[in-house]
Design a binder for this molecule. Sequence first.
Ligand code: RRO
Length: 305
Amino acid sequence: MSQLSLAVDVAGLRLRNPVMNAAGVLGMSHSLLRRIYEGGVGAVVTKSLGPEPRHGHSNPTLVTVEGGALNAMGLPNPGAEYFIDTIRALNGDGIPVVASFFGASIADFRDVAVVLSEAGADALELNCSCPNVEEELSMLGADPGNTEKVTAAVKEAVDKPVLVKLSPNVTDIAEIAVAAERGGADAITAVNTLKGIAVDVDFRRPILTNVTGGLSGPALKPVALRCVWEIHKAVEIPVVGCGGISDWRDAVEYLLCGASAVEIGTAAMKEDLDVYGKVANGIERYLESNGFKEVKEIVGLAHEA
Ligand code: RRO
């Protein structure tokens, strides 16, 4: 009888288990990304990296709200070139790296992807869905035509799996996922944060300097699950689920809706980095106690009549 395995292959990205950290929440330095890996992820995902260093927005950039948090970091990052050594160091540690990236134009996206790919990233996560900056920097993913074009430009330039991370701030996310697939995406990550506002009643002003921010955490989960459900029905490529996962039950919900792997962000800010290993162990126990041998056996099971 074969052994139970948590290993998954997401569009050529081989992972020891289906749990990753979500881009941005923690992943800036080699030491922190290594700690995340030691916390139990199958691969580490970097903060979104762009063509130039960026400071991001001024504080306050984060506020907790009921059921989660609103952030408007504004894409702070040291720039892709600066990150090359970090990727090489992670390669040296044998840690699979998914490099999240963005650009201010399609040419930027392509050029940054090439830098990160040549640095040794195992896969790339194309972030066309940041809700917190001007459209040309982020929400290319609001439009199917632009999503297809940017994906195709990146795929022509690099020979690594490309996950396209989509926004829930659209009318029809399945249409955008289909466009990414047409452009050659190897997988879809669903979803980025949901645009929202928090107000300080004493100052009678929005709390975040940017006014709006992206909602993450448990309040996002039902929306994100619905997105994963719709995308799984619309495309052939794998889906990585992201949004409000705090424990293994949340992760299994995503797998049943059609995700082949999951990403966790906000929960790691509240708990500690052990959350990754705990979720992976919980998935393993769930598979075992229900007679499954591999993660892929339960992917999309909730769709079956
Ligand atoms: O840096 C941010 O403000 C940010 C990014 Br890049 C993103 O993709 N999602 C988000 O909620 N915040």
